[in-house]
Design a protein around this ligand. Structure first.
Ligand code: FAD
Length: 334
C-alpha cells in the first residue's frame, strides 16, 4: 500500500496534465496585436498541455499570423468579423463561449485589462463557473494566488470548476518572445450573436511615449507637483530624458494634474518597470499596490519620513521643483 499510493498519484497527475489545454485570449486593436496580452501565454506555459491563442475582429487573419510566431502557441484561432473590434462583452462573450465549448479547454486566460475585466465575468456567467481574477501565481492546475486588500494579503484560490476562467496580472507573467513559434492558424466558430449595445465613440489620450503598462521606465508625479501647469512643465521633460512613460498618483489625477489613464495603483494601472522614478508621491498603500514590483524604485520627496522611502531603492530628500529640473538637465547632458 505504502509503495503503490505515490505511484498511483504520480500516474493520475500525469494523466491529468496530459488532458490540460488552455485558450489564451489575445487582444488586438486596429489589426495590431497588443503585446501586453501575450502575458496570458506566459501564464499558460506554467501549466502543461497545448495552448491555443484566440483573436477576433476585422482583418484579424494578419494578427493571427503575427501571433502564430509567438513562442508557446500550438494553434491560433481567429474569427474575422468587425462586430468584435471593440471587444463589447455582449457579443464577444457568446463568441468565446462557442469557441471554448468547441475546443473543450480546461483553462481560459485573459489579461486583467479593461478588456479582460469587462469580458470574463459575462463569459463565466454564461458557462456557470466562478471567475478567478487578477492572479499573480499558478501553484498547480487548480490552485492560484491573487493579491487582495491592495496587495497586503495573498489569497490562495482552489477551483474545481471546468473550464477555469482566469484573468492574469500582466506584471506577474512577463510576455514571452514574440518570435520563434510556428503555430497553425484555424478559423473559429462565429455565433454572430446580436449586440444590444452600440459603440458610439471613444476619447483616448494619445501619446508618443511608451505605453505605461509595459514601459521599461516610468516617471510618476503626485500631489507634490501642486498644479497641472507644474506637472506639465516638469514631468514630460524628465520622461523624455529617460525615454520613460508618465504615470501619476490618484491624488494628482483627482486634482486634474494628469489624465485618468495615467493613474498607477490599486484603482489604476499595475506597472513593474525596470525603473520607477516618482516625485511628490507619499507612498500610500493604494499607490504601492500598483508599482511595488518595479525592479528599481527611486523617489524624490521633501519629507524624509514619507512612506515611499520604505520601498525605494534610491531616495532623494529635497524639493522636487529644484531636484527634477536638475536631474533632467544632468540626464540630457549625459
Ligand atoms: P499625498 O499623499 O498628498 O503626498 C504628496 C507628497 O508630496 C508628500 O509626501 C509630500 O511630502 C510631497 N511633497 C509635497 N511638496 C513637495 C515638494 N515641493 N518636493 C518634494 N516633495 C513634495 N492612490 C494612488 O496613487 N493610486 C490608486 O490607484 C489609488 N487607489 C485608491 C483606492 C482607494 C479605495 C482609496 C481609499 C485610495 C486610493 N488611492 C490611490 C489614494 C491614496 O490613498 C493616496 O491618497 C494617494 O496615493 C496620495 O497621492 P500622493 O502621494 O500624490 O499625495
Amino acid at each position: 500500500q505504502q509503495r503503490t499510493t505515490p505511484v498511483l498519484r504520480a500516474s493520475r497527475n500525469a494523466t491529468l496534465q496530459r488532458l490540460l489545454s488552455t485558450l489564451a485570449i489575445l487582444e488586438q486593436r486596429e489589426g495590431k496585436l497588443n503585446m501586453s496580452s501575450l502575458a496570458s501565454i506566459s501564464a499558460a506555459q506554467k501549466l502543461s498541455g497545448p495552448i491555443h491563442g484566440f483573436v477576433a475582429g476585422s482583418n484579424v487573419k494578419a494578427v493571427a499570423e503575427e501571433a502564430s510566431k509567438v513562442e508557446g502557441l500550438e494553434k491560433v484561432i481567429y474569427v474575422e468579423n468587425g462586430d468584435y473590434d471593440r471587444g463589447l462583452p455582449e457579443n464577444y462573450a457568446p463568441l468565446l463561449v462557442e469557441n471554448i465549448k468547441k475546443g473543450g479547454y480546461t483553462h481560459v486566460f485573459a489579461g486583467h485589462s479593461a478588456f479582460g475585466k469587462n469580458l470574463m465575468p459575462r463569459v463565466s456567467a454564461l458557462l456557470d463557473v466562478q471567475q478567478i481574477s487578477d492572479i499573480t501565481s499558478i501553484e498547480s492546475e487548480d490552485t492560484f494566488i491573487r493579491p487582495i486588500y491592495a496587495g497586503n494579503a495573498l489569497l490562495t484560490v482552489q477551483s474545481e470548476d471546468s473550464p477555469k476562467l482566469i484573468t492574469i496580472r500582466g506584471t506577474a507573467f512577463p510576455a514571452g518572445a514574440a518570435e520563434g513559434g510556428s503555430a497553425s492558424i484555424e478559423e473559429g466558430t462565429d455565433p454572430k450573436a446580436s449586440c444590444p449595445t452600440e459603440w458610439i465613440s471613444e476619447d483616448l489620450a494619445k501619446s508618443d511615449r511608451p505605453d505605461l503598462a509595459t514601459a521599461e521606465k516610468v516617471v510618476s508625479g503626485g500631489r507634490g507637483l501642486k498644479s497641472k501647469e507644474e506637472f506639465d512643465r516638469l514631468m514630460p521633460p524628465l520622461a523624455d530624458a529617460l525615454g520613460a512613460a508618465i504615470g501619476a498618483s490618484r491624488a494628482a489625477v483627482d486634482s486634474g494634474f494628469a489624465d485618468n489613464s495615467l493613474q498607477v495603483g490599486q484603482t489604476g494601472k499595475n506597472v513593474a518597470p525596470q525603473l520607477y522614478l516618482c516625485a511628490g508621491i507619499s507612498g500610500a498603500i493604494q499607490h504601492l499596490a500598483g508599482m511595488k514590483d518595479s525592479k528599481v524604485i527611486a523617489a524624490i520627496n521633501k519629507d524624509e519620513d514619507a512612506p515611499i522611502f520604505q520601498v525605494a531603492d534610491v531616495g532623494l530628500v529635497g524639493d522636487l521643483f529644484e531636484k527634477v529640473p536638475e536631474l533632467t538637465e544632468k540626464l540630457n547632458a549625459a
